[in-house]
Ligand binder design. Structure first.
Ligand SMILES: NC(=O)c1ccc[n+]([C@@H]2O[C@H](COP(=O)([O-])OP(=O)(O)OC[C@H]3O[C@@H](n4cnc5c(N)ncnc54)[C@H](O)[C@@H]3O)[C@@H](O)[C@H]2O)c1
Ligand SMILES: [Zn+2]
Length: 343
């Protein structure tokens, strides 16, 4: 078992990211962690029925301590939070109880946000089931819901007690979701690690079947980058915002398309847009913008974006990172180095 320790902002505690080979060992360790604490599990319909995490009985008839959300971004709303909180009350969860998120970024964000406000905050554990959630969303404690003004605008920072990972979940994950996760991994490479970017670039040259098989071997490097950036934010306030590379454009695309473009793909398009924007202003070389575009082509990520520029910028006006009327874009200068650029 490999463990990565992540320090919690403004707290002296840290939480582990643990890796397991099988569902059985993962589940045994979730159980061991829970001890005799009361637990509420949050998942979604796909994870419940398509993966082998839950027992056959649970799959057909989940118990009352399992909240099953409708899959997808549309579930990032108050209704889901309400459902989780109600289930927590019905199961008589107290301050010592735990919420376990078994799902992708949506489930993780919902379970985490609900845990952050139930009785003013109870612990929660992440069991990420998508590549995107493993390498990015489960780490760092950001949780939030979408509203009519934009994405993730309401939420809380709630660090998980632990993140328990198994690549077994990737077996049932559709290709498109593998690509969505890869988008965040490429982002990690661009903002923090030329080595990671180059490793991904090498993999992008292979056929998709091989990519599926080998991508998890690069996941720990991505997790470590996210963990390091989150930790460095403790010392240098605001460093974390480098992880928003591709996200200012990306969130706007998601919002304008009413979330028809999934988060990962929107981030990929956003990374290319940000890099081209930087190249046009000579902040980076065109060669870098081309490399970023090509790596996504190599991973067969659909980069088509039908959102007109004016709509995109209008939507970015609502971006919560907008400070004093100015919008800060995260632009690449070279691999591993970004610039905060105010517009
Ligand atoms: N909190 C953060 O720091 C952070 C960071 C990045 C992204 N996010 C958020 O994460 C969300 C995107 O996460 P996501 O891409 O995991 O989306 P998701 O949770 O919607 O999962 C994608 C799809 O895969 C299905 N699925 C999940 N696991 C599966 C499995 N093992 N087998 C088969 N199907 C499975 C889900 O049901 C869903 O249909 C966005 O809302 C984004 O804002 C949050
Ligand atoms: Zn993201």
């Amino acid at each position: 078992m490999k463990t990565i320790n992540v320090k919690v902002p403004a707290k002296t505690t840290s939480y582990p990211i643990e890796f397991y080979d099988t569902f059985a060992t993962l589940k045994r360790n979730v159980k061991a962690r829970l001890g005799d604490r009361k637990v509420l599990i949050v998942t979604d319909k796909n994870v419940l029925t398509k993966t082998k995490y839950f027992t056959p009985k649970e799959r057909t008839k989940p118990g009352k301590n399992i909240v099953v959300l409708t899959p997808g971004e549309k579930s990032k709303n108050w209704k889901s939070i309400d459902a989780i909180l109600n289930a927590a009350f019905e199961n008589q969860l107290d301050r010592d109880s735990v919420i376990v998120a078994v799902g992708g970024g949506v489930v993780g964000d919902m379970a985490g946000f609900a845990a952050s406000i139930y009785m003013r905050g109870i612990p929660f554990i992440q069991v990420p089931t998508t590549l995107l959630a493993m390498v990015d969303a489960s780490i760092g404690g950001k949780t939030g819901i979408d509203c009519e003004y934009g994405k993730n605008l309401i939420g809380a920072i709630q660090a998980p007690e632990a993140i328990l990972v198994t690549d077994q979940f990737l077996k049932t994950l559709p290709d498109i979701e593998i690509k969505n996760g890869i988008a965040e991994m490429v982002k990690h490479g661009v903002v923090a690690s030329p080595k990671h970017f180059k490793a991904l670039e090498k993999l992008a040259k292979k056929d998709f079947k091989t990519i599926r098989k080998e991508i998890f071997s690069l996941a720990p490097a991505s997790m470590q980058i996210k963990q390091k950036v989150v930790e460095s934010d403790l010392k240098e306030a605001g460093k974390r915002k480098m992880l928003n590379f591709g996200h200012t454009f990306g969130h706007a695309i998601e919002h304008v398309t009413k979330y028809k473009v999934p988060h990962g793909r929107a981030v990929a398009i956003g990374c290319v847009m940000a890099a081209q924007y930087a190249a046009e202003r000579k902040i980076c070389k065109w060669k870098l913008a081309d490399r970023i575009e090509n790596i996504f082509h190599g991973f067969d990520v659909d980069l088509t974006c039908k959102v007109p520029d004016e709509k995109l910028w209008e939507a970015m006006g609502y971006d919560k990172k907008k400070k004093n009327g100015k919008l800060t874009l995260i632009l690449p200068e070279k691999l591993g180095k970004v610039r905060y650029f105010e517009v």
